[in-house]
Design a protein around this ligand. Structure first.
Ligand SMILES: Cc1cc2nc3c(=O)[nH]c(=O)nc-3n(C[C@H](O)[C@H](O)[C@H](O)COP(=O)(O)O)c2cc1C
Length: 108
């Protein structure tokens, strides 16, 4: 499941998509998390300079994420200022290493 704000620049793209991918960030990925979590703007391509590989569905995933899930969108739920996308997992990539733990102070 992912929940995307309607004012996010990729909201329309996800509404039209059939699949989405989720990356589980690893311990070393704080900067990647900040890059995707704190940068915004219509003309920003967040994937510029990020090492990705493509799964069978075409979903891009981080080359060295701790894990990734490729999902087919099976349901969308309007939740006010967000839309919740429910995915059926099609593919799982599992790599060694611990996941990044979220700490508020890391995302000022
Ligand atoms: C740790 C973290 C998690 C976030 N998770 C979400 C989320 O689940 N859904 C969402 O819509 N925004 C989330 N955000 C906020 C967006 O990443 C942020 O507003 C971003 O700047 C949006 O930029 P864009 O509209 O250019 O894509 C998160 C931010 C951080 C720092």
């Amino acid at each position: 499941m992912v929940s995307l704000g309607k004012n996010r620049k990729d909201h329309e793209k996800l509404m039209e998509a059939e699949v989405f991918a989720i990356n589980v960030l690893g311990e070393k990925h704080l900067e990647v998390g900040r890059h995707f979590g704190l940068t915004n703007g219509e003309n920003v391509n967040n994937f510029d300079g990020i090492d990705c590989i493509e799964l069978e569905t075409g979903s891009p995933i981080l080359k060295d994420a701790a894990g990734s899930l490729d999902c087919k969108i099976v349901k969308t739920i309007d939740a006010g200022d967000h839309v919740i996308f429910i995915g059926e997992v099609l593919d799982v990539v599992n790599r060694d290493g611990d996941g990044l733990v979220f700490k508020t102070e890391n995302f000022p």
